[in-house]
Design a protein around this ligand. Structure first.
Ligand code: HEC
Length: 117
């Protein structure tokens, strides 16, 4: 049916040249689900697990690790807990290389601007 085909072709042309075609999309489309949850750690967990956690495990096991008496209140396998404790940790961890590891995690800005390489 030639007339039908012509109508279809004209419709397609009209649609593709429609000047308002783009406004069918909202110009500033929200992207839901892109915001990070508030409790997300700032430092990626692999870094913490590979550097800080072994230091704490050596010094503070078993109490602050699973099955320890303090794991419920102060779990040191959780980077957020370690951030909250902050510099109070240095009174208990005294080896300079262990302190440096913790300092790099807790105060990365100071480390980057300091003489520690
Ligand atoms: C033998 C078990 C045990 C070990 C090992 C241990 N803790 Fe604790 N920790 C506790 C207990 C029990 C408490 C709660 C009572 C208290 O405050 O002393 C506590 C509380 C704390 C607190 C909160 C109270 C405060 O003083 O600020 C911090 C911080 C802490 N521990 C850090 C550490 C660190 C860092 C290490 C490793 C270097 C460590 N702990 C090793 C048992 C332990």
């Amino acid at each position: 049916m030639p007339l039908g085909r012509l109508t279809l072709a004209l419709t397609l042309v009209a649609v593709s040249y429609c000047p308002h075609g783009e406004s069918l999309q909202p110009p500033h489309q929200q992207t839901p689900g892109m915001a990070f949850p508030a409790e997300a750690p700032e430092i990626p967990p692999p870094d913490f697990a590979l550097t800080v956690q072994p230091v704490l495990q050596r010094n503070c096991s078993p109490c602050h690790f699973p099955s320890g008496v303090m794991h419920g209140k102060l779990p040191f396998d959780d980077p957020e807990t370690v951030r909250e404790v902050g510099s109070r940790i240095f009174s208990r961890i005294r080896k300079p290389e262990d302190q440096a590891t913790l300092r790099a995690f807790l105060e990365p800005d100071k480390i980057n601007g300091s003489s520690i390489q």
